[in-house]
Write a protein of this length. Sequence first.
Length: 402
Amino acid sequence: MKLSEFGKDFLFLALRIGKHHKNYVDYYIGPDKIWELVDKEDPISPRKLLINCKSLHTKLFSQGYDKKRERYIDKMLVAMRTSVEILKGMKIPFKEQFLRLYDVTLKVVNESELDELKEEINEAYGGTGNLEENLKSLREIRKVPKSKVFILFENALNTAKNRTKEVFLNLLPKSERIILDSVSIDNDEEAKWTYYEWYLGKFRSRIEINPTYNMYWTAILSAATHEGYPGHHTEFVVKEQRLYRELNHFEHSLLLLNSPKLVISEGIADIGANMLYNYREQAEISIQNFCIKSLQDESLDMLTIQNKVKGKIHLFWYNLAYLALVEDWSEKKLIQYAIDYEIYDKNTIKNRLKLIFNQVYSTTVFSYKIGRDIIINKLGEFPSVKDFRALLEKSVLPSDLK
């Protein structure tokens, strides 16, 4: 690509910030030379990074970019500057940090919303008896044996890919592909994931699967649409093709976890299943293709209701993160509060708290609910093909969808 001096300085700055925080740069597909030079450098001091960031920001408005692109890069630079200021030790109120990092306001959860969620979960999963015991029993019944995880997930990816091609004509490059890889996280200090998509560039992704952690057949399809089609992999492939390769927009050669792009990406991924299927269709596909044969007495109607409720559970994790990071609750108090809600066991809660208290991932915990909500509020629970395609193909900020 033809990279201006401004573009080079932008990428150098982002990668240099990333040397201070592992995984700050989730992916980078820009010029190899820039990556190699930064990789060989010693970390640059936060003081100097802040000087460089301010200097770059002043140059932005003389680059001749159209107003929409200029605004997008402006928000990215605000986020990068905020990350450097935090790195430098500057005291910024958490809500202000969040607004500057993600271009969206962090709001307190109304307790009545949580009460309504609890009622919906009870209706969908409760039946008779204790909710916690019912959920525990369902998880045991629906757990996918390790030997079947890759077969089922590959099946789900192919199903979602074929449907994505039907819905979005001429969207995916012919050379795009996904590589599946198995991971096992044995370190108790490290947070566990079920799936994680790593974008490799040149229209390729690697999806890591942890086959022994919270793997349920009822979640296989939503995982495939979230990580693959039309979620993360699809978005990054399309943006590489349209924005980076065709339009030379260097800002789309990387994903910074602490930036507005993350909120949009998680929103796209989280609503992906709804873009392809209604809730009943999702339930039908799951029962027909992923349910273990001996368990095919699952109620289609009940699974349909559960699919609708699942997306709302982000509210619970959002609130837990808010109590931890804004209200400054202790870990002990957070665990007890979450356990009393009766949805998740202590180990699952403690694992999520590892993310919440992680230096890079802490603020990203909010992105799933916020991203999903702003898309639904603007485009509906089942967006049109035209609107969803625009999210995939264009630079979009959270504030664009207000």
